[in-house]
Design a protein around this ligand. Structure first.
Ligand SMILES: C[S@@+](CC[C@H](N)C(=O)[O-])C[C@H]1O[C@@H](n2cnc3c(N)ncnc32)[C@H](O)[C@@H]1O
Length: 382
């Protein structure tokens, strides 16, 4: 694990751009936590240089007085100076300024997550749409264990909302659809996420008190980053707090850039990042959502995965065809590609032979499509 380097934000060189107009490098900022005010630091960062932003900005809770439980103990809510704005206008102005910079810093095909509660999420959503972000989803994070409504005057507020948006309407942001589906026991991942609030050993305490009033659970960030980034991507969090985003990014083999202005929280981040145990590279690759090279059937023969002379079978074993050295199949008196022969058998104009043919390995039927995926993975590692 690299040591945490806190930099001042003054040495942020701008680098070359690639063909898409994206910055090639943000090397000098990668895996850094930058102390200071988000807006001025964001302004000094290079354009089109990060793959994902996760932002958990001030909520603007507008708490006017202390809140007490029925047993008269004080509720440790969000009453910090960083959450105080004099009016909605001031909050909107602040939101426009940081979100505008975030949009400039995102790469063309990058996306942003913004989390908030009913106090701020609607204002943030409007600002985002006005600035040109394209909303992809709103995720409802449902808390198993929300704080009760002590006054008994309203519904128990048991969720927060995450807006997921791409930089532009025509951006193609990373979304690991298959990975998310598998993660969710082969069912499409839905937009309601049931995750407990941060508690127990995960909750960072300083002198017995919560180190931060709004520390997010690592499980939430684990899901966000697994869904919308690739290993090696750079993730920016402009309101780092205790560094939840940074710690999860480091654990998942992603680079991070964090910004935070509060000295006490910066200390927490430094200590927290020292404890991160990154998952080994070979366990975080994402084979299901990797874009594979196109592999022709002939490559299976060239690479010894299918041998000339062996037989391919239909799944029900009703049909069999012999593989010739030139990568075609012989089926009775017909000769043609895996696609053409399967189409002829099924009496169709065209058919995808990769989904029709099987080989026998150790007494079991193995799809040639599976063999192709194996080869593709091998070639990627060579
Ligand atoms: C809602 S908290 C983020 C909590 C974080 N997601 C976590 O899991 O710990 C917002 C953070 O933004 C910081 N902050 C607020 N305004 C800021 C600003 N203008 N510049 C830098 N940091 C700011 C606050 O100090 C606070 O730690």
């Amino acid at each position: 694990m690299k040591p945490v380097s806190i930099c001042t934000g003054r040495s942020m060189d701008k680098k070359n751009t690639d063909e898409s107009g994206d910055q090639k490098e943000t090397m000098d900022l990668k895996d850094r936590v930058i102390p200071g005010d988000s807006i001025s630091i964001l302004k000094s960062m290079p354009s089109t240089s990060v793959d994902l932003i996760f932002a958990d900005p001030p909520y603007n809770l507008q708490l006017e007085k202390e809140l007490y439980r029925p047993n008269e103990t004080r509720v440790n809510g969000v009453n910090e100076s960083w959450d105080r704005f004099s009016s909605f206008n001031e909050y909107d102005e602040f939101s426009i300024n940081w979100l505008r910079e975030c949009r400039r810093i995102l790469k063309k095909n990058a996306s942003i997550w913004v989390i908030g509660s009913y106090h701020n999420i609607f204002r943030l959503g409007k600002v985002m749409q006005d600035l040109g972000f394209w909303i992809l989803n709103d995720i409802v994070w449902i808390k198993h264990n929300p704080m009760p409504n002590f006054m008994g005057t309203r519904f128990n507020n048991a969720h927060e909302t995450l807006i997921w948006a791409s930089r532009d309407r025509d951006s193609r942001p990373a979304f690991n659809y298959q990975t998310m589906k598998t993660y969710n026991d082969d069912l499409q991942m839905r937009s309601d996420w049931y995750i407990p609030i941060c508690q127990g050993r995960e909750r960072i305490r300083v002198d017995g008190e919560k180190g931060h009033p709004t520390q997010k659970p690592e499980a939430l960030l684990y899901r966000v980053l697994t869904a919308s980034t690739k290993p090696g991507d750079t993730v920016l969090d402009p309101f780092a707090g205790t560094g939840t985003t940074l710690a999860v990014a480091a654990r998942l083999g992603r680079h991070y850039i964090g910004i935070e202005r509060n000295e006490a929280y910066l200390k927490i981040i430094t200590e927290r990042l020292k404890r991160v145990n990154p998952i080994p590279d070979n366990l975080i690759e994402n084979p299901m959502d990797m874009k594979r090279k196109k592999i022709p059937f002939g490559s299976l023969i060239e690479n010894g995965m299918v041998t000339p002379g062996e037989w391919l079978y239909s799944e029900d074993r009703k049909y069999m065809a012999q593989v010739l050295a030139n990568g075609t199949l012989r089926f009775g008196d017909q000769n043609g590609s895996i696609h053409r022969i399967s189409a002829a058998i099924l009496n169709r104009k065209a058919w995808n032979g990769w989904n029709f043919w099987y080989v026998e390995r150790d007494g079991k039927a193995v799809s040639i499509d599976y063999m192709r995926n194996l080869l593709s993975r091998q070639l990627e590692h060579d």
